[in-house]
Design a protein around this ligand. Sequence first.
Ligand SMILES: [Cu+2]
Length: 150
Amino acid sequence: MKTKFAILLISALSFSGLASVAQAGTTLELSGNDTMQFDVKAFEVPVGAEITLVFTNKGSLPKAAMGHNVVVLKPGSNVMSFGGASVAAAANEYIPQDDANAGLIIAHTKLLGPGETDTITFKLDAAGEYPFICSFPGHYALMKGVITAK
Ligand SMILES: [Cu+2]
């Protein structure tokens, strides 16, 4: 009986390990899918370290309908207003070019179609919480997360 309980406990623990959101280190792996979800929503990185972000679109829907990118924003950015402004930036793959919004961007990937991957590098020079979103129209409501630098 005790053994059975222990096995249950261990499998419960390993499941919670799979669901873990935080990831240490300087290489971050992230993917998006056809249900408008990032697979990881929280990362932790050291301040000032060179961060490599490898982003993959694991979906199969066409880019025009379900493209994904990753845009890392400065701490305190208004994600809703940035996401709204991105809709008007279709000609630039939904990366706003106006000073107010462009000034919030730390780094961004390309807009990816199904099966595509893009790798970017950047540094976060101050401790803080850096929001990241997919700026494809409508996606930022679901596709968002936070990179904490400390
Ligand atoms: Cu998206």
